[in-house]
Design a protein around this ligand. Structure first.
Ligand code: DAT
Ligand code: MG
Length: 150
């Protein structure tokens, strides 16, 4: 079953949106298989955002993501990588559709509340970067027959 890495950024934590954001992913029918709150080190931030190194917004992005705790998670489900990106919405909250997390709760590109892996390779890389194997869980929700036709 597919897995993706999701993180509620410092603005989501400060704004009290942790429960709302987790609730949306739960209500969609995805399965939470790892979760922790942590203060991100500059090293972890730089590794996570390595693809953006050298871009004009890189330093601000690292400063922001290390500025307060984040809630890091792994979610599992059919097609969860692409689907979670749709639930999250476009990178710029002003361009994100209403009904998406960024579209409903954000107004600024640098405060877009949540991260989600953008493909299978980045999902695997980010899950391995943020979570040790023993921090990840495999479990079948009791509601699975009501979520997924066997
Ligand atoms: P996403 O988070 O939707 O995958 P991304 O990987 O292109 O977007 O960029 C990572 C984060 O960097 C993004 O969530 C917000 C910030 N960011 C991206 N482009 C930016 C820009 N032009 N100016 C300021 N911040 C930017
Ligand atoms: Mg990205």
């Amino acid at each position: 079953m597919e897995r993706t890495f999701i993180a509620i950024k410092p603005d989501g934590v400060h704004r009290g949106l942790v429960g709302t954001i987790i609730g949306r992913l739960e209500a969609k029918g995805f399965n939470l298989v790892a979760m922790k709150m942590l203060q991100v080190s500059p090293e972890l931030a730089a590794a996570h955002y390595a693809e953006h190194q050298g871009k004009p917004f890189f330093n601000g992005l690292i400063q922001f993501i290390t500025s307060a705790p984040v809630v890091a998670m792994v979610w599992e489900g059919p097609g969860v990588i692409a689907s979670a990106r749709k639930v999250i919405g476009a990178t710029d909250p002003l361009k994100a559709e209403p009904g998406t997390i960024r579209g409903d709760f954000g107004v600024n590109l640098g405060r877009n509340l949540i991260h989600g892996s953008d493909g299978p390779e980045s999902a695997q890389r980010e899950i391995d970067l943020w979570f040790k194997p023993e921090e990840r869980f495999s479990w079948d929700p009791a509601l699975k027959p009501w979520l997924i036709e066997s």
